[in-house]
Ligand binder design. Sequence first.
Ligand code: CAA
Length: 222
Amino acid sequence: MSDKERAAIVTGAAGGIGRALVKGLLGAGIRVAAVDVVNYDDCARKCAQIQAECGPIDILVNNAGITRDMTFKKMTKAAWDEVMRTNLDSCFNMTKQVMDGMVERGWGRVINVSSVNGQKGAFGQTNYSAAKAGIHGFTKALALEVARKNVTVNTISPGYIGTKMVTAIPKEILDSKILPQIPVGRLGKPEEVAGLIIYLCSEEAAFVTGANISINGGQHMY
Ligand code: CAA
């Protein structure tokens, strides 16, 4: 089967990376549906409807993510729960709907969008860093379970990308604390992240699984 016949679901499609990704996937001839992710039953209903109307889903990009930044001293239970639900529970909620089909058909791609801040931690982000780090544990365990069925599961960890999520950071913090940590000297572009995800969706990426690929302008290397 060629890339042209594939169908994908992208979560968080309204965000900066999500929009660039949908455009890139469509450009690669892949059909795309967008889904919201917080409630398990809603995910099940929506994915069943998409698969009934559009056929099997070959590619899932778990891209939905929010921030509720505050220092741990000020961190509320609501801010913790919201970030866990949207950023981490969503990966379970969505992957559960499509994985059995990928395994049965013997082809699938799951790409989980984490963050540099899941790798290195970030001031004001105990909730976000925990959820984003959890994503890669999920990736590695699931990658092991489905590798022999030609289903790959990977994490990508973008750094600071020029989206609303990042431009919402107070300017003085962005300029004084964050930009100086990026050796490339600028924010990343959503299209650069989309390009990496589209590669991971391709036939050529069949040997990449359980990986966590950084795309962060050199901000964090390990
Ligand atoms: N590193 C070190 N120190 C920092 C810091 C940082 N990244 N951010 C803030 N501080 C310091 C401040 O300079 C300040 O120091 P002083 O008291 O000495 O002046 C102190 O922490 C308190 O900072 P604020 O006055 O800003 O405190 P606040 O309670 O009003 O806000 C905050 C705290 C919400 C964490 C705010 O500082 C903030 O928004 N920081 C940015 C957090 C961040 O980087 N979020 C990433 C969002 S983008 C993203 O998450 C995408 C991705 O995946 C990469």
